[in-house]
Design a protein around this ligand. Structure first.
Ligand code: ADP
Ligand code: MG
Length: 523
């Protein structure tokens, strides 16, 4: 540890960061104590990453002071920050997959032999020792490309420790982890804090904030609006500080009353992935009217291919898909006619036409409704779009603005508004509905999905976010390696249990269709 006596290892004072004439950070103040786990929370776009990129020397600040161990510092590059003991673990790892763990750790900071040759044996020993000291359990000789995401993240952590980082910044580290991996990461964080390291943990997941941090700073629109001791605050209070008003964290809903209709029926579906592998393998599931079924799974277990098959964007290699008892149509328009409403995760690519106006994006696919004789009533369509902008609180929207000018969260609201306001939709497929969307808007999206369910529609939600799955679902399915490995009643299931299935730790093959009695066929 440093020998000076200043209380805070890091202090950021009156930081301002402008991009052109846009001010991303207004006068932010934050202090990080020694041995502290400090959570930095806030909605998307609040400025968390920008503030930390300033600390890490990735972005120059416009105004303000950064003090490290009481002394003013100016980092022009991350290398300057690293040399002073600051490390950052990014969401997207920057590792070389065809190198070993030890090679990745020492890359750029190699212990050399005479003549500049790399001393691999020393690198391996040092990597092994460091890994053991912090309980990271990494094999120095393992090839990074063969490691799970959780282990790769440990390599990133080890890399910063090898460079003697005293302050570690984690930017949304849990987004890519299973619940078990998240728990292990938290254990590592605690161990690091105990040995005197300071951790800045960026997240927007409130449960995680409360589980691991000592203090919490809340960022809102470029300012730190509060710094609080964990023990003095509830998730509800943090959410209110983030959003600026009180929000419901878990959607209020009654017990589902699934009707007799199977709106989505999938039997033995097989679909090939990009590399010709069986991304979806003999998968069966069904979703009935009046229920919300959540599909949980770690990204890359076949959920993308499954949804593409249902949406008619990918040709299955085998099996069948029925919407309302009718075989899947040949085109997305046919499926719409069958009653499918689809909210894709890839907003820019599939869901919206970014250069078209917001009113057109809001009403495309509903146009027959605005027919007046032979003609379309543009006025009616625009009035409808205007109503949807208000109802779904699409910030920054005007009818004629291009959809692409909105932030990601507001683009998501445009397509959700369009898809969910269709009266003829009886099956709603919502893929990552709240990804990139603020907590306040998540609340309204979830409420609308529950209203759809209560109106007798079948809702199928695919989400990588377990909090979302648990908040919204009546029934939870888990996909692992292209198969459904669990079918659980949401009110009885725990995140632990679902997490075990997601990580492949329990893999009974459940054919969710087999146990469901063939329902009456009255679509
Ligand atoms: P957070 O990490 O809290 O989600 P960011 O720090 O990424 O938020 O972004 C804060 C704001 O700054 C956002 O409005 C974002 O669009 C803007 N921003 C971030 N980086 C840049 C950049 N390089 N150029 C212009 N604007 C940026
Ligand atoms: Mg960020």
């Amino acid at each position: 540890m440093a020998s000076d006596t200043s209380k805070h290892v890091v202090e950021m004072r009156n930081i301002v960061k402008r991009f052109g004439n846009f001010t991303a950070i207004h006068n932010a103040n934050i202090t990080i104590g020694r041995g502290e786990i400090h959570a930095l929370v806030g909605e998307n776009g609040a400025g968390k990453s920008t503030l930390m990129n300033v600390l890490y020397g990735l972005l120059p600040r416009t105004e303000g002071d950064v003090l490290l161990r009481g002394k003013s510092v100016h980092f022009s590059t991350p290398n300057d920050a690293i040399a002073q003991g600051i490390g950052m673990v990014h969401q997207h790892f920057k590792l070389a997959p065809s190198f070993t763990v030890a090679e990745n750790i020492v890359l750029g900071a190699e212990p050399t032999l005479a003549m500049g040759r790399l001393n691999m044996r020393r690198a391996e020993t040092e990597t092994g020792e460091l890994s053991k000291r912090f309980g990271l359990d990494l094999d120095p000789r393992a090839m990074v490309g063969s490691l799970s995401v959780g282990l790769r993240q440990r390599v990133e952590i080890l890399k910063t420790l090898y460079r003697k980082a005293e302050v570690l910044v984690f930017d949304e580290p849990t987004a890519v982890l299973t619940p078990q991996e998240t728990r292990e990461l938290f254990a590592t964080m605690r161990q690091l804090a105990q040995s005197g390291h300071s951790i800045i943990f960026i997240t927007h997941k409130l449960r995680e904030v409360l589980a691991v941090s000592d203090r919490i700073s809340v960022m809102k629109q470029g300012e730190i609006v509060a710094t609080i001791d964990n023990k003095d605050v509830t998730a509800q209070e943090i959410a209110s500080l983030m959003v600026g008003r009180s929000v419901l964290l878990r959607v209020a809903k009654d017990e589902a009353k699934p009707g007799g209709r199977t709106m989505l029926n999938i039997r033995n579906l097989t679909a090939l992935g990009e590399r010709g592998e069986n991304a979806v393998h003999k998968l069966s599931l069904s979703v009935r009217s009046g229920e919300i079924v959540g599909l949980a799974g770690v990204q890359g277990n076949g959920q993308d291919e499954l949804v593409e098959c249902i949406a008619g964007l990918r040709q299955p290699a085998g099996g069948k898909i029925e919407i309302c008892d009718k075989p899947l149509g040949a085109t997305p328009a046919d499926n719409r006619a069958l009653g499918l409403a689809y909210v894709p995760a890839d907003r820019g690519g599939v869901g919206l036409s970014l250069q078209s106006s917001i009113w057109e994006n809001m009403t495309v696919g509903h146009l027959p409704k605005f027919k007046r004789g032979q003609f379309l009533s543009i006025g009616d369509a625009r009035a409808r779009a205007d109503e949807l902008i208000k109802r779904y609180d699409v910030r920054g929207a005007t009818l004629d603005k291009a959809a692409g000018s909105l932030s990601g969260g507001n683009q998501q609201k445009v397509q959700i508004a369009r898809e969910l306001s269709r009266e003829d939709g009886s099956l709603i497929i919502a893929e990552q509905p709240s990804q990139g969307v603020d907590i306040g808007a998540i609340e309204s999206i979830h409420r609308i999905l529950v209203e759809m369910r209560d109106a007798g529609k079948a809702v199928f939600v695919i989400s990588a976010d377990l909090d979302e799955i648990f908040s919204i679902s009546d029934r939870i399915l888990v996909i692992y390696r292209g198969q459904i490995v669990a079918d659980l009643k949401a009110s009885d299931a725990t995140q632990e249990e679902v997490g075990r299935y997601m990580g492949g730790l329990e893999t009974p093959i459940v054919d969710t269709g087999a146990s469901v009695k063939e329902p009456a066929r009255v679509c």
